[in-house]
Design a protein around this ligand. Structure first.
Ligand SMILES: C[S@@+](CC[C@H](N)C(=O)[O-])C[C@H]1O[C@@H](n2cnc3c(N)ncnc32)[C@H](O)[C@@H]1O
Length: 276
């Protein structure tokens, strides 16, 4: 059932992935004096954590050949080298790609909401954009914002290989400037996916609502809202991104214009509905 995609091993970047890695490390370092029962319990805890993501993959509809090829190409790109050569304007990494289960989730949301006009803030190599475009009707449109020109071209090359790529319009530039531009020409969207600079999440959210870029009754999905667990762990070890997401989650929770739910999918996915 599951599709085996060979790719260089990625470091864990979700609360569950980090937990599984920590349990694995603890198991490996435990010495002989440890009681068998403790070792068995720890092993069971590790299996529970480590087995969930692969099982979700296995039970989720296979990604299209175009998406599988894009994930593989992204995993094999030398992102660090590209940055040091000056090809990319910032250091990017394969772990940024949302992937099979989240892509299929977004695709389902597009089907469920019957969205026709979608906005993505933070495209990277285009995996989530293409997944959502696959669910759009033939006359649907997805506008994807990406600040890095190299990555934007990488994505567009993949879009040209897919029958759904023509539904995607790429806007290269800083997302807040693009949002301003889209608002000036009177564009609006019935579904938005935010996945760009965590420290700008509050501004994306407020701009989308204040400038009516998200229609009343429209949906907004926001990625990484658990930020590796930092939002609910001690504030001592919070990174600037962790602090930004914690603040974003507070802002959303107190905004009377929306209702929302935070799902523990991968690194956290918040679904927000703009009240009509
Ligand atoms: C986590 S990745 C997006 C992953 C993508 N949605 C996917 O699922 O494959 C974040 C992307 O946002 C871009 N980005 C960061 N800050 C941005 C900004 N201010 N404006 C536009 N894009 C930005 C980065 O260059 C990066 O490609």
């Amino acid at each position: 059932m599951s599709q085996v995609v060979e790719k260089p091993s990625a470091r864990p970047v979700t609360p569950l992935g980090i937990l599984a890695k920590q349990l694995e490390t603890i198991l490996q370092t435990l010495n002989q004096q440890t009681s068998d029962e403790l070792l068995a319990n720890l092993n069971q805890a590790w299996l529970l954590a480590a087995g969930l993501d692969p099982y979700l993959e296995e039970c989720t509809t296979r990604e299209s050949p175009a998406l599988a090829a894009l994930a593989q190409k992204t995993a094999h790109e030398g992102w660090s080298q590209r940055f040091h050569e000056g090809a990319t304007v910032r250091e990017l990494e394969q772990e940024m790609l949302s992937g099979h289960v989240e892509g299929q989730t977004l695709k389902m949301f597009i089907h469920m909401t019957k969205a026709r006009k979608v906005l993505e803030v933070g495209m990277f190599t285009g995996y989530s954009a293409l997944a959502m475009a696959e669910a759009l009707p033939p006359d649907g449109e997805l506008v994807a914002c990406e600040v890095d020109p190299y990555t934007a071209e990488f994505a567009q090359a993949a879009f040209r290989e897919s029958p759904h790529g023509a539904k995607i319009r790429v806007e290269v530039g800083a997302a807040l400037e693009t949002l301003e531009k889209l608002s000036t020409v009177g564009e609006s969207f019935d579904f938005v996916f935010i996945d760009a600079d965590k420290r700008e999440y509050v501004k994306y959210f407020q701009t989308l609502l204040d400038k009516d870029l998200l229609i009343p009754g429209g949906f907004l999905c926001v990625d990484n809202t658990l930020l590796q667990g930092q939002v609910y762990l001690s504030t001592e070890n919070r990174t600037p991104n962790g602090e930004a997401i914690a603040q974003f989650n507070r802002v959303v929770a107190t905004d009377a214009r929306v209702e929302q739910v935070l799902l523990p999918l991968r690194d956290g996915l918040t679904i927000i509905r703009r009240l009509p």
